[in-house]
Design a protein around this ligand. Structure first.
Ligand code: HEM
Length: 517
């Protein structure tokens, strides 16, 4: 996947149009001390190109590291999906991965407390599959309308241009469904040891579909073969200053030393019938599927064995989208995922231009044939082929084999309505289980210290108390320990609706509807 603009061994210095130039420094002037000449294309072009070097950074996940490698199918899953990649055990596809923090700018520190993005581009014989995952199995929101609000509270205050703990906890305490991800974020998993020592999770259910139309919901898990390594808060904090690029360096050096990062890839599966009887709404991104009931089934492995030759061309310009998928792998109706299907290509057109899929790192390994033409930065314009649906030189059309199969589980009917999922007792079960049963005593101590270190910075007593009531709904002891650590009174748990108000998925609604005025 090396950059296609390769240099030869003994390159001659040239202008951008390829004409040789004697030396890069001298500029043309009148005499020795006169004004510069507009005719000096070499100089003008150099400055003009430099003036345009920066492209918009990603609005989220701006800081990251990436590498190339391969995805290999290790187990037969033809009973789950007919995707070409999975037709044969042993199939390998060249893959590019970008790992990232979420909220900081492109120059921010790698060890910040933040989820990590885990974006994977698998180049298959039927097109690219992008798996745009995080290193946590759940997320802060399950209503897409909250996304921009949530991201804004991670960014800078409009007036002070500072990041603001009051904004952060003001939002979280008003939107308690975020609690599961908040607890995970404030364990040491919120400060991973390097970009690549993390697991990856689809978070959303995807659909694996067979040619006969049968399908299952799947959650994809990538488990780091070297384990999920974390830093404690103090070490992560020290590294923020000492080596802000700690994670980029660790990934690059591991690959140079041939200590190739690798992951074993699994799926959890759930039939539509199981989904209808599941305790939670499976379209709710704040919930995990218990491993005991829905065990991990191995499907493949991911290995990163090649550093980019050119970071900008091969990683910065990479453009991942959950909507880049192939026959046999479909999105579910998880509303946050549905919003993402639109958002990513939209932002790519803004960040990289309308022809972003033609950039070498993004272009599929199979030929693209369609009626899109022209636009800025067109590299491949499909030659002389007609740019309309023509009988002179027709394209071959191949429908997805399951295109016309109907599935009762997904027959949608209803009035258009603005809808939010309601917070209920169910939302506290999984974080409570995590806090009480999964974390060790040391993990729990770090959790309290890590939260106290941040919540303690909040100026508003009201926000602190409101967030403590959310923690109390998880576990009163957790809330009281944080209150003690930040020196404020203890509070009662937040009151929420009972689990009985949750409407099962069968109704095609998900959970209770809150009608907006
Ligand atoms: C990056 C939107 C939720 C994972 C981005 C970008 C946007 C975005 C605009 C920048 C992409 C670019 O410039 O190339 C959204 C929206 C969301 C959402 C609208 C919800 C409504 C999520 C969730 C996950 C996720 C739930 C993980 C499960 C990522 C990753 C990247 C990213 C990994 C970085 C991709 C890269 O390395 O290029 N997101 N996001 N996002 N998002 Fe999301």
């Amino acid at each position: 996947m090396a950059s296609k603009q390769v240099t030869n061994d003994n390159p001659v210095y040239t202008t951008s149009n390829g004409a040789p130039v004697a030396h890069p420094y001298p500029v043309e002037k009148i005499g020795l001390h006169g004004p510069l000449l507009l005719q000096d294309f070499h100089h003008i072009d150099t400055i003009a190109h430099f003036d345009r070097e920066r492209i918009p950074e990603r609005v989220v996940h701006a800081k990251g590291a990436g590498a190339h490698g391969y995805f290999e199918v290790t187990h037969d899953i033809t009973d789950l999906t007919s995707a070409a990649l999975f037709k044969k055990v042993g199939n390998r596809a060249r893959t590019t991965v970008r790992l990232s923090t979420v909220s900081g700018e492109s120059g921010s520190a790698d060890t910040a407390r933040d989820p990590r993005g885990f974006a994977i581009k698998i180049r298959t014989e039927e097109g690219n599959i992008d798996w745009v995952f995080n290193n946590t199995p759940v997320f802060f929101i399950r209503d897409p309308g909250k996304f921009t609000h949530f991201i804004h509270i991670l960014k800078r205050d409009p007036q002070t241009h500072l990041r603001d703990p009051d904004m952060f906890w003001d939002y979280l305490s008003q939107n308690p469904e975020s609690i599961h991800q908040t607890v995970i974020l404030f364990t040491d998993r919120g400060t991973p040891d390097g970009y690549h020592n993390v697991h990856g999770y689809s978070g959303h259910p995807l659909k694996f579909v067979r040619d006969d139309g049968e399908w299952v919901y799947v959650q994809v898990h990538l488990r780091a073969d070297g384990g999920f390594k974390t830093l404690d808060n103090e070490t992560a904090g020290r590294l923020l200053g000492e080596n802000p690029d700690y994670g980029i360096q660790a990934l690059f050096e591991a690959i140079e030393k041939k200590q190739y990062p690798s992951w074993t890839v699994y799926v959890q599966t759930m039939t539509p019938q199981q989904a209808e009887n599941f305790r939670y709404n499976i379209l709710d991104l704040t919930k995990v599927w218990p491993h005991k009931e829905y065990p991990l089934r191995p499907i493949g492995k991911l290995v990163l064995d090649e550093n980019p030759q050119n970071y900008f061309a091969e990683i910065e310009q990479s453009a991942f989208s959950p909507s880049h998928t192939v026959p046999g792998i479909e999105p579910s109706t998880d509303p946050v995922l549905q919003a993402r299907l639109f958002s990513y290509p939209d932002t790519h057109r803004h960040r990289l231009g309308v022809n972003y899929q033609q950039l070498p790192v993004n272009s599929p390994v199979v030929p693209v044939a369609n009626f899109q033409r022209d636009g800025f930065a067109t590299f491949v314009n499909q030659g002389a082929r007609p740019n309309y649906q023509s009988t002179i030189s027709p394209l071959t059309y191949r429908e997805k084999p399951y295109a016309n199969t109907e599935h009762k589980h997904e027959v949608w009917a209803g009035y258009a309505r603005a809808h939010l999922y309601e917070v209920t007792e169910l939302d506290f079960e999984q974080p409570r289980n995590l806090y009480r049963k999964v974390l060790s005593d040391l993990d729990r101590k770090h959790l309290v210290d890590n939260i106290a270190g941040h919540l303690g910075l909040v100026k508003s007593a009201e926000i602190k108390a409101r967030q403590l009531s959310v923690f109390a709904a998880v576990d009163q002891g957790l809330s009281d320990a944080i209150a003690k650590a930040i020196g404020v009174p203890t509070v009662h748990p937040l009151k929420v609706a009972s689990a009985a108000s949750v409407v099962p998925l069968k109704t095609n609604i998900g959970q209770t509807t809150v009608t907006l005025a």
